[in-house]
Design a binder for this molecule. Sequence first.
Ligand code: GAR
Length: 205
Amino acid sequence: MNIAVFVSGKGSNLEAILASAELKGLCDVSMVCSDKLDCPAFEIAKRYKIPFLSVCESEKDGFVTFNKLHQIFTEKEIGLIVLAGFLKLMPKEFVRAFPNKIINIHPALLPSFGGKGMYGIRVHEAVFRSSAKVSGATVHFVNEIYDEGLIIDQAAVSIEDVESPEEIAQRVLQLEHVLLPSVIVKFAQRKIEIKNNRVYLTKKS
Ligand code: GAR
């Protein structure tokens, strides 16, 4: 299965996907996309010799439009789009063109601490301020609203003893690097089913 990974930052989740032994032979990262022209994660794409490009809604120098990207993805037979630290909302038309084929990782236990403006360290600051005792990571299907698609899988960690949002970020990122590749594996193995508007991870071999 060919996958496209969307990034906005340093790309540690992209790197975790590329380094995953379980994903080898199952998935190929065929393209890396960003909303930025000089996204730090492009350095990882270069190292792995993966084509990368910058995308935005309207025509702009150095960017392709989402419309064009739709065409490219069809040609490349992209079976899954992974938002791995991509911080822009995708255009509705693009999301509708890939039903249940776009997943996102969020650095908290949704449906808490999500929504517009909740990304990166801001999420961990909100979790820290709340005095929550657990946090974690969520992988969910992407719909037209920030962080509101059906939840596919989650991982949690105790944060009882943390003294800063950065400490939460560190613990959650470690979970993300395991959770995201594992969901992609299940997707590629067709072990993710939607029934009665709930997501089930099937155990079939
Ligand atoms: C990750 O923690 C990811 O969960 C978060 O951005 C970080 C990207 O790190 N995404 C969001 O906050 C989306 N709402 P990375 O570039 O090192 O993978």
